[in-house]
Design a protein around this ligand. Sequence first.
Ligand SMILES: Cc1ncc(CN)c(N)n1
Length: 236
Amino acid sequence: MSAEQNTTTQNQLPLLSERLRASILPFWNRHLEHPFVVALGDGTLPQEKFEFYIRQDALFLDELTKTFGYAATKSRDRTEMEQFGKLLLNTIQVELSLHQQYGKRFGLTPDEMAATRMAPTNYAYTRHLLFIAATGTLPELLTAILPCAWIYANVGNHFTSQNLPLVPDHPYADWLSTYASPDFDAVGIWLRERLDAYAAHISPNEEARLYDIFLTSTRYEWLFWEMAWKLEAWPV
Ligand SMILES: Cc1ncc(CN)c(N)n1
């Protein structure tokens, strides 16, 4: 089956997830061009910036984990509930533990990691996700968290498999290979499948809201790189 047939069925519109991504396409590749991401990929990112990112991201992942818990409460399908449970555990066991390993490598104690305060962008992004998780519909929630999985898989794959061979002793190889792994790719694919499965039951008003949510999460993902690049702090 060709890539085109894969995302569309004959004589039909592209799938909802593809339409959402098409709507933000001008922003999509800007993630790969962000100086934080470029330096992460070629291994030149100063440790201070990566450490800042890791500390913030550990706090982010605590909140992302909760969105999977909310998702399970909004589902009526046992297989889906089970998968949300797995995603919740996976976020803690794979992603958070990766961050803790980096923390250890940088000489940070778990207490120091936990004492980190959320920077403004991280706080705002996680409030956006938690608000939708708590008050939105399941398709809204899936749409809000989809850029997290999709963009990170895109970044991981960009710097590993096809495009740039990693330099020897790349300091962030573990991070890149986690997000380039087929297991992580599968998270985004599954979220897209679920969202596309709900698409037939979504009203035009609801669909317009999904575009807005998807754009907001995508913008916050970009702002998160920016936050770490600039070591963002509360101005007052
Ligand atoms: C900010 C952010 N977005 C997404 C991911 C990938 N779960 C992450 N670790 N951090």
